[in-house]
Design a protein around this ligand. Structure first.
Ligand SMILES: [Zn+2]
Length: 415
């Protein structure tokens, strides 16, 4: 099973927006850019929403059937490890092996020696076309990268083989992710990570490093865009080298776990992949849930009432809701409106405050981040929430579709 050059991960907390999401993908395809939809949902999300991977599979299959989509599509077991992968095995055909927690763990001296030996064929110096600085393969450098990444990639090998034993080789797509960490990985790190992946014989088709800057949930990139551009380009060049020299899959490409809505770096990524004629996978997640809240708010009356209830619930339980996302949100409390203030808002005002239109006078990134992590409040409403999604499916679906097409796909693929 091969992932195409361009693919886009649509997360969907409540499994109601599959059709709207696929409609946006179809629009991009109609404009001549072949994009494969991937429905990603992490173990963490399933736990918080109390959903099962089977639901994501049903949602994806139904959307594909309803809209007559004939292209490829996948269901991604996002951020899984050995302790939870079995829950996903029967329903997914894309597995994101998250080994971030193993970075820096100790490896046996035999493993380290074997890794160092495997690097001997590379010589003392590696020059990657397009990158000025050569990599000097000193014993010290090899020790350092082994200390950082060897245990993590060996763990990825274990998870991969576990899935392969259950599903069969070649029947699923493998991603290796290490993005949920503090310290970014450099292109030199990437070089050795890919060497280790090759040593482990993991046929990775996508790789998700931690890039420089902050990838806060649901809001734009915070960091040095020029530095990001440089690192992104170097990673693309290292991957190209690794495909040729380490025998990794021809279609191996970067996967950007965007946390949704990294609009200011979308054009940067678009430019680099175009320049080198490379592929790209971008994952979004909560951006669709936020459109549901916007859709309910602008549908008025009971929808607006529920949107306000969700905000009030999220504000009251802010600490609890933010805790699992501590590293990926930055909320300035002083910029959060009070429940009393929001109570007086029209649906339009609520929607404009939440909708991600940078520069819009009402847009509030703090409000948006809080609602982003507030999906637990809606999950606890259960049927009460999902019945509203059904009732206002047209308005909500239009918001979801517009968001993915107009704000994401257009910027990413220059449509
Ligand atoms: Zn991630």
């Amino acid at each position: 099973m091969e992932l195409s050059k361009f693919s886009f991960g649509v997360g969907d907390r409540f499994n109601h927006e599959g059709n709207a999401q696929l409609k946006a993908i179809i629009k991009a395809n109609d404009k001549g850019v072949e994009v494969t939809p991937v429905w990603n949902k992490s173990n963490r999300e399933h736990d918080i929403v109390h959903s099962e991977p089977k639901g994501t599979r049903i949602e994806a299959d139904n959307a594909v059937k309803t809209l007559g989509w004939e292209g490829g599509y996948c269901v991604d077991a996002d951020h899984i490890n050995l302790t939870n992968v079995d829950r996903f095995v029967d329903y997914c055909d894309f597995f994101t092996l998250d080994v971030a927690a193993y970075i820096g763990n100790e490896s046996s001296s035999e493993d380290v020696a074997a890794f160092k030996k495997s690097c001997e064929v590379l010589g003392d110096e590696v020059n990657i076309p397009g990158i000025v600085e050569p990599i000097n393969l000193t014993g010290e450098l090899l020790e350092t990268v082994a200390k950082k990444y060897l245990a993590a990639i060996n763990e990825a090998g274990k998870i991969y083989r576990h899935i392969e034993n259950k599903k069969g080789a070649g029947t699923f797509i493998t991603e290796v992710s290490m993005d949920e960490v503090e310290t970014p990985q450099t292109s030199v790190d990437m070089f050795f990570i890919l060497k280790m992946i090759s040593n482990q014989k993991i046929p990775a088709q996508t790789i998700a490093p931690k890039f420089t800057g902050r990838f806060n949930k649901g809001v734009d990139y915070v960091g040095n865009v020029d530095q990001f551009a440089k690192e992104f380009e170097q990673d693309v060049l290292v991957i190209d080298y690794a495909i040729k020299e380490f025998g990794l899959p021809e279609n191996l490409k970067l996967s950007v776990h965007s946390g949704s809505d990294k609009f200011s770096i979308y054009p940067v990524m678009a430019e680099v992949i175009k320049k080198f004629d490379k592929g790209l996978h971008v994952k979004t997640a909560g951006t669709t849930w936020l459109e549901e809240v916007i859709g309910l708010a602008i549908s008025g009356n009971e929808g607006l009432k529920m949107a306000k209830e969700i905000y009030a619930g999220a504000l009251e339980r802010k600490e609890e809701l933010c805790a699992p996302y501590a590293d990926v949100i930055d909320i300035d409390d002083s910029q959060l409106p009070s429940v009393g203030e929001v109570a007086g808002w029209s649906g339009e005002k609520f929607g404009d405050t939440l909708r991600h239109i940078p520069g819009h006078p009402d847009y509030n990134a703090n409000f948006r981040q809080l609602i982003h992590v507030g999906y637990k409040v809606a999950a606890e409403m259960g049927e009460k929430y999902t019945s509203m999604l059904k009732k206002y499916a047209d308005v909500v679906g239009a918001c979801v579709e517009e968001n993915i097409y107009e704000r994401h796909l257009k910027r990413l693929f220059g449509l």
